[in-house]
Design a protein around this ligand. Structure first.
Ligand code: URA
Length: 170
């Protein structure tokens, strides 16, 4: 993708008012990582730290995710990481279905540009990500739930182990 097109795509998201979520937010959080990443991670939507910085998964659950992935040899700098919805929601509630549907074209474009081999879907909202033939999808517990509940944490770790096995085979 040329820098110009990338710039225009990003500007479109930064100034997006397609749903009402942009109100009372500081930043749209587009995503980050190499544009030729083989693995893409899709979360729910930004939290307070992400809204503040404009970067995905930099708060508590993001740090926990990054650390757990690294323990199994998956390094964040090799992954493109984004969310199904690009703005924080009021009181951090789950995005509504209409907000997800409205924001989806941005994620679809990101998938088209990056063409990852694996897409990791974190939590229930991310499951709405459209499926593209030839891409493997991996549904994993959201790290914020894994942080809170022991049972979930154990399952989360097992899922990351499985993911690391899949990545090794790429
Ligand atoms: N939770 C998410 O789903 N995404 C983020 O970027 C941060 C927390």
């Amino acid at each position: 993708m040329s820098r110009d097109i990338e710039y225009r795509f990003h500007q479109q998201i930064y100034s997006c008012k397609r749903c009402s979520l942009w109100q009372n937010t500081k930043h749209a959080v587009i995503g980050e990582g190499p544009l030729d990443a083989q693995v893409m991670i899709v979360g729910q939507n930004p939290g307070a730290d992400e809204d503040e910085t404009g970067r995905p998964f930099v708060g508590r659950s993001g740090k926990y995710l990054t650390k757990t992935l690294a323990e199994y040899g998956i390094h964040r700098e090799h992954i493109y990481i984004t969310n199904i919805v690009k703005h924080i929601s009021p009181k951090n509630r789950k995005p509504y279905p209409n907000e997800i549907a409205t924001c989806l074209p941005y994620l679809q474009e990101q998938i088209r540009i990056i063409q990852p081999k694996i897409i990791v879907l974190l939590g229930t909202s991310a499951k709405e990500t459209p499926r593209v033939e030839g891409i493997r999808y991996f549904e994993i517990i959201h790290p914020s739930a894994a942080m809170r509940f022991t049972k979930m944490r154990e399952k989360f770790r097992k899922q990351i182990v499985e993911l690391s096995e899949q990545i090794k085979q790429l």
